[in-house]
Ligand binder design. Structure first.
Ligand code: MG
Length: 388
């Protein structure tokens, strides 16, 4: 093929969708992972591809403030429609003045497409007017009946999950889209199928997944930062308390108990403060004021769970926690394993990620005089979105 025969290829990146299934105010394609917007990552392999001469983003004009910077850098944008189908058509229409031979249509929510997948689609377009990357289906797929039971089990060997970029001969896709108006299709291949055009299947890739849920988003994040926090707490030991002695969520048999507004679990308080500290979220007193009657005799695991909820909300996960309980008596070594297991359970990690130590102060100071028990905790959080 000499240069004159080389097909001109354009890519349409569809970014007009809303992202109702992903929490947060910013639509998913404008969220950042590793310092780059999902959209920028999705664009990169197309902008860098030597055979693709133009790249057009179909976006929602209401998001203009989010893509302003890319637009100012020279990226080409056009306004999308109410549905994906209308948005792709808007893109095809925007290319019509200087029509390419071939067009690739790609979802901006698939930022991890590889150069190889693009190459395979383009290679198939030499012999087909339509080509799509697919992956085998791993789950057995059931067709549900209106009664909520299984209507049929589809033969898995024949099933494929369709990905993008989907590639087409431009004129054929434009004609199929015009003919499809009024009917709704979920992808462009289906529009070609409806027009009777055979669609070639090429191998997709596992990582070219569509970012849909918050879990998908969190999986995608590079572990870009670590945050450390420490906590320290002391409670007074009292006799005749009408409560058990609780340390790290474990009841320790004793004549004495710790005094406090909640259950006075000195270990879980230090741990909560370590988590809040790592998150830059102040301290336990700000979140659970002793003046609030809700926390009277409260199980302190509530505080750890709330701190963990804040951590998860920010895509942070516990790498490890290390704790020291400082007490002259009772002897804590028989309870360390149970404490470790309970703390791991509250943090949602394996026991191997938690360490609980116990020490005395050799009879010195208030702990040495058995007037109180102190606890220290350190935690390391792995943050996937810089915890901001
Ligand atoms: Mg406390």
């Amino acid at each position: 093929m000499d240069l004159a025969d080389t097909p001109r290829v354009a890519a349409i990146i569809v970014a007009a969708g809303s992202s109702s299934r992903l929490a947060g105010d910013v639509p998913k394609v404008y969220r950042r992972t590793g310092g780059k917007m999902v959209l920028e990552q999705a664009l990169e392999p197309f902008l860098q591809h030597p055979n693709i001469s133009s790249v057009l983003v179909v976006a929602n004009p209401q998001h203009a403030h989010l893509y302003k910077e890319l637009h100012e850098q020279g990226m080409w944008f056009c306004a999308g429609g109410k549905t994906r189908q209308e948005s792709v058509y808007a893109g095809l229409d925007a290319l019509a003045d200087n029509p390419p031979d071939w067009v690739l249509v790609h979802d901006a929510a698939r930022p991890l497409v590889s150069r190889e997948v693009i190459d395979r689609v383009l290679a198939a377009l030499a012999t087909h007017a339509a080509a799509i990357p697919c992956t085998p289906v791993k789950d057995t797929i059931k067709q549900a009946s209106p009664q909520g039971t299984v209507g049929a089990t589809l033969p898995r060997g024949d099933l494929r999950a369709a990905q993008t970029p989907q590639g087409f001969h431009y004129a054929a896709l434009l004609a199929a889209h015009m003919a499809a108006k009024g009917n709704e299709y979920t992808d462009d291949a289906a529009i070609m199928e409806a027009a009777g055009v055979p669609v070639a299947i090429v191998e997709g890739c596992e990582q070219n997944q569509k970012l849909t849920t918050l879990a998908d988003w969190q999986r995608m994040q590079p572990a870009s930062s670590m945050r450390v926090g420490n906590g320290f707490d002391v409670h007074r030991l009292i006799a005749n308390a009408q409560r058990p002695l609780m340390i790290c969520g474990v009841e320790v048999p004793s004549d004495l108990a710790l005094e406090g507004h909640s259950d006075a679990d000195v270990g879980l308080h230090a741990l909560t403060d370590a988590l809040l500290g790592a998150l830059g979220e102040g301290d336990i007193g700000e979140h659970f004021p002793p003046s609030d009657d809700r926390w009277r005799n409260a199980d302190s695991s509530l505080f750890v769970r709330e701190a963990m909820r804040l951590a998860r909300e920010r895509g942070a996960a516990v790498s490890n926690a290390d704790m020291t309980i400082i007490a002259e008596s009772p002897k804590l070594s028989p309870f360390k394993a149970a404490m470790r297991a309970r703390v791991a359970e509250l943090l949602g990690v394996a026991s191997s990620q938690v360490n609980v130590k116990a020490t005395t102060t050799e009879g010195l100071g208030f702990t040495g005089r058995k007037e109180g028990i102190a606890a220290q905790a350190s935690v390391l959080l792995m943050c996937k979105n810089e915890c901001d």
